[in-house]
Design a protein around this ligand. Structure first.
Ligand SMILES: NC(=O)c1ccc[n+]([C@@H]2O[C@H](COP(=O)([O-])OP(=O)(O)OC[C@H]3O[C@@H](n4cnc5c(N)ncnc54)[C@H](O)[C@@H]3O)[C@@H](O)[C@H]2O)c1
Length: 473
């Protein structure tokens, strides 16, 4: 069970409110599946216990229906295990329910326009959708109540999942990134970013603590300098702007300074937007390995603006595409074929779902390491000359081969090339994998696209052969 609470729906119920026809049941079921949480659909549960809602309205009247509904919502929100709860459209009429929602849940309003809602609801047998004029009147009356109780708004399952971890994916959102931070926030950014075409969108003359570009940011020296220079108090905010390296280092400084201050992540690489900014892993490297010192510290908000990717060099984009293909294989959807903004959003949403289900990587979050055991071994054997994404592309090949799954997608989209490293060094590095047990790697494999399994131990010769096949003679 998740014990820590917030930000967003972490450790709390995720409640969906909204008007009839918004799609709360369908979206709620999908969100619950992706976040691996129990799902309570209050209308369906009332019908299961008391029979069809139209008959209930007819025979016992709306006040009695509302009483049953309030009792059911109270019961659902009283549970300790965080669930996804889809509330009937009128449930928020109850003051008790609204108060409970504020206390016990992260509430997302599922948005729908009145015409769409009517087009959907008129075909149903809903008692309050028999007359168009009163339906439209009700829509107007209830809008304020939804707005009053909801902390976020979304239009679909991906929107709910991202909102649930305070991740906002939208073109042009960079402009509001600093406004989301309290006055006095400190901006920490990759030294190469000021001066890029989009930088001025942040606001005029933003003072910045600059970090070295790339992996050199993830050192104790850099973090020590940040600790010394961060001008924020306990209630201050660090705004980290850059790729995964900037976010890891600045997030780690925020996690540790004054025993933890708030931070906002503004990822500017594809790797950052689909992966590194989401889920609260922060950290730095040691001479003996990458990411060996760190902590979980979820950002208060993640501002993802795909527009900033316009200046990203092609080689860096390719690094991110490896994570996109990995995510597509995990979810069973060809995410790499989507237009950029949708692709980023879908990847971010998938990761949010996994993190919501297992924030501290005690189980399922391990699936995000598909291909990574091999990738880490090859990176280490190359003395970190091999880029992470290129290593992941090779690692995905190995994982798919060991899974008995076709490799054409990885080959077509990522075009991985065997790498020239010492085989014994790579094999030794694979045995040292952080996630392994007693020198035996525990792998993530795919039963089928969209059906990952983790913690798989295979005979040594098979793993060794898969690794050797990635290495050029
Ligand atoms: N915390 C996590 O969950 C997590 C997940 C995945 C990766 N990571 C970490 O992320 C790091 C890799 O991140 P990365 O691939 O973003 O690398 P990066 O941060 O080094 O950025 C790559 C390069 O792109 C430049 N850049 C950044 N944004 C740009 C833009 N919009 N336009 C032009 N250039 C830009 C940077 O200056 C840098 O040279 C690794 O250290 C990895 O361990 C962390």
């Amino acid at each position: 069970m998740v014990t820590a609470v917030g930000p967003g729906a972490l450790g709390r119920h995720l409640a969906l409110v909204g008007f009839m026809g918004a799609g709360k049941s369908t979206v709620g079921a999908r969100v619950a599946r992706l976040a691996e949480r129990p799902f309570v659909d209050t209308d369906a549960e009332i019908e299961r216990r008391h029979g069809p809602i139209p008959a209930l309205f007819e025979e016992r009247g709306e006040p009695e229906f509302r009483r049953l509904e309030e009792a059911l919502v109270t019961e659902a929100l009283a549970r300790d295990e965080p669930a996804v709860v889809a509330l009937g459209g009128g449930a928020i009429l109850s003051e008790t329910t609204r108060a409970l929602l504020r206390r016990r849940a992260f509430v997302v309003r599922l948005a729908v326009d009145v015409d769409t809602a009517w087009a959907r609801a008129r075909r149903s047998d809903r008692p309050l959708a028999r007359d168009e004029a009163s339906f439209r009147g009700l829509f107007g009356e209830r809008a304020a109540l939804y707005a009053d109780v909801a902390e976020a708004e979304a239009a679909d399952a991906d929107g709910v999942l991202t909102a649930a971890l305070a991740v906002r994916v939208a073109r042009g959102s960079l402009a509001g990134a600093l406004a989301a931070a309290a006055p006095g926030a400190t901006v920490v950014a990759d030294e190469r970013l000021p001066g890029l075409a989009w930088w001025d969108d942040l606001g005029p003359d933003v003072p910045v603590l600059a970090l070295p570009s790339g992996e050199p940011a993830k050192t104790l020296d850099v973090v020590r300098r940040l600790w010394e220079e961060l001008g924020v108090g306990r209630d201050g905010t660090v705004v980290a702007i850059g790729g995964g390296t900037t976010l890891d280092a600045a997030g780690f400084a925020a996690a540790t300074y004054l025993r933890g201050v708030d931070w906002i992540a503004v990822p500017t690489t594809l790797v950052g937007q689909v992966d590194a900014a989401i889920g609260g892993k922060t950290g730095i490297d040691l001479a003996k390995g990458k990411n060996l010192v760190g902590g979980f510290h979820l950002p208060r908000a993640v501002v993802v603006d795909p527009d900033v990717l316009a200046t990203l060099p092609g080689a860096e984009r390719r690094q991110g595409m490896a994570e996109v293909v990995k995510t597509g294989l995990l979810t069973g959807r060809a995410l790499w074929e989507l237009p950029e903004e949708e692709m980023v959003r879908a990847c971010a949403a998938f990761k949010c779902g996994v993190v919501l289900s297992d924030p501290y990587e005690r189980g399922r979050r391990a699936i995000l390491n598909l291909g990574h055991t091999f990738a880490h071994a090859l990176e280490a054997a190359s003395g970190y000359g091999l880029a992470h994404g290129d290593a992941v592309a090779l690692g995905l090949l190995a994982a798919l081969r060991l899974s008995g799954q076709p490799t054409d997608v990885v080959e077509d989209v990522l075009r991985p090339q065997p790498v020239r490293v010492d085989r014994e060094t790579a094999w030794a590095a694979l045995g040292r994998d952080k996630k392994g047990r007693a020198g035996r790697p525990r792998l993530v494999l795919l039963r089928a696209p969209g059906e990952p399994e983790w913690g798989v131990e295979l005979p040594e010769q098979e793993v060794r052969a898969a690794l050797d096949a990635l290495i050029a003679d």
